[in-house]
Write a protein that binds this ligand. Structure first.
Ligand code: CTP
Length: 400
């Protein structure tokens, strides 16, 4: 329910600005009070009058303007709104927001705004994939800003790729989830593991896997944004800990096990996303192994099964596992669910191209201990995290 909520709609100067009109109509139809703020270039694509007429509120467009800009009291009210959604967000406006540059109405308001922020980028696919833009997006995500990934399709410049503004209905859904779920996990203690593990062979070599940690970090970030008290135990990744999340780093499965054992008794939910390596060398050489021109045979022994160890001691906790499968996805995941005494398992097919490890999106199936199977469409890892957190919330409510 967004009825009566104050939402600031930030519009920047791209061809997709016309879709902001549709989004505004949807927000107004849901009875939200919308206040539009425009970047310096947005006015080249659409007039403030359109937004003013549809929102019924003055439009903030010029920082130093008089007539055409919204009055100071309105700007103050916007700063205290329930949510800021920027759609479309161009590469330029993202760059400014990520780097704290304030030279127009939108970038000024962004810096002054204290509430949650949703950003829906739209730009040429090459620009979107440019490392400079991706780095800006990552930095903002690390600070707790939520992104609604652009869709693939035909772009204004004539090419086909990822860069089209997400459909207004999708942005509306994200706004609704964000506002409804603002604090819906308050009071819940969630323990999340993420990333790969690393098992050393000698001082300079180790065995690991390509997990990026993105899925686990998304779960931790979304849970924290929704008010949960989150502890994250992370294997080695390049990701920064999400704001407000107590984060512990480790490398080996044995270290991760010790941290999970320490924090599990005090949590309500364990979400074991980490891609724990199944094997470790039986001995770690003190000195670097020298090549001698002959075959080197390694003896590997199993690592501890952290999830199994935790679920053996589970009392009231909800325990969730992840399963990366390459064949018979549902059946294999169901076997794991039983063997590890889990409440829920999230399975994905690692043989499908372009999803899973390293990627920002995935296609997963949720299977619970009652046998319910829910196959989700391809979604961003953030959206998957929110679906999972909805399940956790429903499970908690059933306990009452
Ligand atoms: N897991 C764990 N400790 C391990 C291995 C896995 O806690 N040593 C957890 C993972 O974090 C994940 C779940 O168990 O939540 C499933 O992991 P997976 O490796 O797919 O299952 P395995 O039991 O190792 O089965 P297999 O490798 O044979 O498919």
């Amino acid at each position: 329910m967004i009825q009566g909520k104050k939402i600031v709609l930030g519009v920047s100067g791209g061809i997709a600005a016309y879709k902001a009109v549709e989004l505004l109509r949807l927000l107004v139809r849901e009875k939200a009070e919308v206040f539009v703020v425009m970047s310096a270039n947005a006015g080249k694509f659409i007039t403030p009058l359109t937004f003013e007429s549809l929102s019924g509120n003055p439009v903030y467009q010029e920082v130093f303007g008089e007539q055409s800009s919204a009055s100071m009291p309105h700007i103050r009210a916007a700063e205290n709104a329930d949510l800021l959604v920027v759609a479309p967000a161009t590469a330029g406006s993202i760059g400014k927001m990520a780097n704290g540059l304030a030279d127009d109405a939108l970038s000024n308001l962004y810096l002054a705004f204290r509430g949650p922020v949703l950003i829906a980028p739209a730009m040429n696919d090459g620009m979107y994939l440019n490392p400079a833009v991706q780095e800006n997006i990552s930095r903002m995500k690390e600070r707790g800003v939520e992104f609604i990934d652009p869709e693939e399709g035909e772009l204004a410049c004539g090419t086909v790729g990822q860069g089209r503004l997400a459909e207004p209905s999708r942005i509306l859904r994200a706004v609704q989830t964000r506002i409804a779920g603002k604090e819906d996990l308050t009071g819940l203690k969630i323990l999340v593991t993420a990333g790969p593990t690393q098992e050393p062979l000698d001082p300079v070599r180790y065995i690991t896997n390509p997990s990026s940690g993105k899925m686990g970090y998304a779960v931790a970030r979304q849970a924290s944004l929704r008010g949960a008290e989150v502890t994250l135990i992370s294997g080695p990744t390049h990701l920064k800990p999400p704001a407000g999340v107590k984060t512990f780093r480790c490398k080996q499965a044995g270290e991760m096990l010790a941290l999970v054992k320490e924090h599990f008794p005090d949590c309500d939910v364990l979400v074991m996303v980490a891609a724990v390596g199944d094997f470790q060398p039986d001995t770690v050489q003190k000195e670097k192994i020298k090549k001698k021109g002959e075959t080197l045979a390694l003896k590997l022994i199993p690592t501890p099964d952290i999830l199994l160890e935790a679920s053996k001691t589970k009392a009231r906790q909800m325990v969730i596992g992840f399963a990366a499968e390459s064949q018979n996805v549902v059946q294999s995941a169901q076997e794991k669910l039983k063997r590890k005494n889990l409440d829920l398992i999230v399975a994905n097919d690692i043989s499908a191209p372009g999803i899973g490890f390293q990627s920002d999106s995935n296609q997963v199936t949720l299977i619970d201990k009652e046998g319910t199977i829910n196959s989700l469409p391809r979604l961003s890892k953030q959206e998957i995290a929110d679906v999972l957190l909805d399940r956790i919330k429903a499970n908690e409510e059933n306990k009452l």
